[in-house]
Design a protein around this ligand. Structure first.
Ligand code: XBP
Ligand code: MG
Length: 253
């Protein structure tokens, strides 16, 4: 069956959001709450093993700050912290501080021109996706994507495959008609758990992750004047990701 849709992860794939975006917003929320918690670049890299901001805060308390005097209503406390973090993060995105990664805008435009359908499959909070797409693609940025599957819309977050299954069902498509774009081990476990071929672009936090089974692993999508570096897989004579290469990778067994 022919390729019909491109399913994009957000954080680390569309934009490099974690180190200078989400991490900074978490620390701002902790400071607002009078907490002395400060997630360094290094600690945050470890905490990223757990997807979902609320789940990540709980993981931090369970494994890195066990001495913290937990309030009785811990879930509500975490939800409050996370809502504050989301406010800080969307405000940061609204300053235009975080651009799309290399080649993303060009690939999205090429896909639309080729009549391919687009969707988002992400663990992050929907408000974060809206802010990123509006600030990078323009006011109508969300409309480029037929489905925006995000955050708590599914019971189990990545590495579970729920979010990809949800997106395909919402589009009435199967894994034989879609390809996924991811950046992390949790992400490829999720996409391959849904039997999706997956194109990986790495970032500083995921460079050492296990991407076994990926259709290809690169440092970025590249541009005509900025070649990508292929870390594993075969891009033929291509030096940047275009729809022809995406189709070649989709059709390759
Ligand atoms: C990345 C995540 C998210 C973000 C933080 O999602 O795991 O949890 O780190 O966003 P993806 P929230 O790579 O699937 O886009 O605090 O809103 O969860
Ligand atoms: Mg990601």
């Amino acid at each position: 069956m022919a390729l019909q849709a491109l399913l994009f992860d957000v954080d680390g794939t569309l934009a490099d959001t974690e180190r200078d975006g989400h991490r900074v917003a978490f620390n701002q929320a902790f400071a607002d709450a009078g907490l002395d918690w400060d997630w360094s670049v290094e600690i945050y890299g470890k905490l990223l093993a757990v997807t979902g901001g609320k789940e990540r805060i709980r993981h931090y308390l369970d494994h890195y700050n066990t001495e913290f005097d937990r309030p009785a209503a811990l879930d509500d406390f975490i939800i409050g912290l996370h809502q504050s973090k989301t406010r800080h993060y969307t405000e940061l995105l609204n300053t235009g501080a975080i651009p799309l990664r290399v080649g993303v805008l060009r690939l999205l435009k090429e896909a639309r021109a080729a009549g391919l359908r687009l969707a988002i499959a992400t663990t992050t909070t929907p408000a974060n996706v809206s802010a990123l797409l509006k600030n990078t693609l323009g006011e109508d940025g969300e409309s480029w994507f037929e489905v925006i599957a995000a955050g708590d819309i599914v019971p189990a977050k990545k590495p579970a495959s729920d979010i990809y299954t949800y997106a395909m069902q919402a589009m009435n498509l199967t894994e034989k008609e879609c390809i996924a774009f991811e950046d992390s081990e949790n992400g490829i476990k999720s996409s391959m758990g849904a039997n999706l071929k997956t194109i990986i672009t790495i970032n500083d936090y995921t460079v050492k992750h296990d991407f076994t089974g990926a259709a290809i692993v690169m440092d970025c999508f590249g541009e005509p004047d900025q070649a990508f570096n292929v870390i594993s897989g075969d891009a033929g004579d291509k030096t940047y990701v275009d729809i022809e290469l995406v189709n070649t990778l989709f059709e390759r067994n």
